[in-house]
Design a protein around this ligand. Structure first.
Ligand code: GDP
Length: 424
């Protein structure tokens, strides 16, 4: 039996989806343990190209059971839309290979409205939300003002519970934002349209996972976003509203006693960041545009152009510490092939001094990048499958990064397809 978490080390979009899709061949169960339908895990395989939002990336593997744990923001509407889309491309999704925790809290229709209303109120001070309702959802979860998925199985209790929450939520919608209130009829329609659809998948996934553990099954925990977006350890308040770090995987999955044998941290060979907040290594102008184009850096969920820059060794080292990564997967190395020299953000300057430490969020905007360069390799490496076949300059770059971040780079990804990988 072995438990492994696949996590993002940076700001998200590192290529976790492609790594989970690759690694699932060795695992029996894949669990998403936090976050919601705002993820965009891109997977390219024999069924086509997918941007998975809430479904675990093991959904394509026959025999793998996929679990949405209690820590996720369960948006029935977005999940049902996603299931319908994936099924239409020939992938089987049944209660046998998808199980939804009865303890997962439900993202309710007003959460999305509140996300947009608050971003509009903040105007130029906005957080850059994906407007999927994630922040309002998690605040309500911690205020105990939402319902759990399992309540859909007990309609009488559900409606009594929802009536109380509706009354409270309408106060905020009407009095704070001057927005239209919801009615019980709206909620009944939502439950009929989407809640009913996901009901067959809801079960006690904690019991399922305990059984799987007892039977010695291999369990893979799949994170959304990355260390720097973690609510407690990231660049607050420009974080997400949950904990993407591996330490949360046991809690959010439904297996609180699980021990992680392996934590694979995914790092991109350069940096990208979606939304607002300090991004020290950021590039602007033509060189940013070139890297964005080369890497196809446009949000999988929103289509927004991502902010880009060179790999940030300061942030990456911090991200690895937060995750306790045992192995690193370095993705998108092929994207750098067009560069004569490969720039690296090796340090920051802060208050006139150089530092290797990732600064406290409040002073992070004052940090400036210190760049250095490595030789480029200037040839197509997307067909390379062994370490020995990589050009020397590419190997030097990987080894330089490995030494600087202090964690073994076990996987080097040179393309989005499942087999475009070098295992060292
Ligand atoms: P995730 O949210 O961490 O799963 O990352 P995304 O799916 O948002 O972004 C990763 C993007 O890079 C996707 O479009 C992937 O298909 C693509 N990708 C992943 N690994 C590689 C790679 O090694 N090379 C190239 N060229 N693309 C990759």
């Amino acid at each position: 039996m072995s438990n492994c978490a696949i996590v993002g080390i940076n700001w998200g979009d590192e290529g976790k989806g492609r790594m989970v899709d690759l690694i699932t061949k060795d695992y029996d169960v894949v669990v998403r343990y936090q976050g919601g339908g705002n993820a965009g895990h891109t997977v390219v395989n024999e069924f086509g190209k997918f941007a998975l939002h809430l479904l675990p990336s093991g959904i394509f593997r026959k025999g793998v059971v996929n679990v949405l744990g209690n820590g996720v923001a369960l948006d029935c509407e977005s999940l049902w839309t996603e299931i319908t889309d994936v099924v239409s491309k020939g992938v089987a999704i049944t209660p046998e290979n998808l199980k939804i925790s009865d303890r997962a809290s439900l993202l309710l229709p007003w959460h999305r409205d509140l996300d947009s209303l608050e971003e509009a109120r903040l105007a130029d001070k906005k957080y850059g939300s994906t407007k999927q309702g994630i922040a309002p959802f998690y605040s309500d979860k911690y205020q105990k003002k939402t319902v759990m998925a399992g309540e859909l199985l007990y309609p009488d209790k559900l409606w009594e519970h929802l009536a109380g929450i509706l009354e409270w939520k309408n106060l905020t919608l009407e009095k704070v934002y001057g927005a239209k209130p919801y009615t019980m009829d709206d909620l009944r329609k939502w439950a009929a349209d989407f809640g009913e659809k996901i009901k067959p998948f809801i079960c006690d996934t904690g019991a399922f996972l305990r059984q799987a553990q007892a039977e010695g099954k291999n369990i893979l925990f799949e994170a959304q976003l990355g260390s720097l977006r973690d609510l407690d350890y990231g660049i607050y308040p420009y974080t997400t509203s949950s904990n993407p770090i591996a330490a949360y995987a046991p809690v959010g999955s439904g297996l609180p006693t699980a021990k992680l044998d392996k934590v694979i941290g995914v790092v991109k060979a350069y940096s990208s960041c979606v939304g607002e907040g300090p991004f020290t290594c950021e590039w602007f102008g033509e060189k940013a545009e070139k890297l964005r184009e080369a890497g196809g850096e446009y949000g999988a969920k929103t289509g927004r152009p991502r902010r880009v820059g060179p790999i940030d060794l300061v942030a990456t080292r911090y991200g690895i510490q937060c995750q306790g990564a045992t192995d690193i997967a370095l993705t998108k190395l092929d994207v750098l092939s067009y560069m004569d020299e490969i720039p690296v953000c090796a340090k920051y300057t802060l208050d006139g001094r150089e530092t290797d430490e990732f600064p406290f969020p409040a002073i992070l905007p004052d940090a400036k990048p210190v760049e250095t360069v490595m030789p480029g390799w200037k040839c197509d490496i997307s067909g390379v499958r062994t370490w020995e076949d990589l050009p020397q300059a590419a190997r030097d770059y990987v080894e330089y990064v490995e030494k600087a971040i202090g964690c073994r780079i076990t996987y080097v990804s040179v393309g989005p397809e499942r087999d475009s990988i070098i295992v060292r």
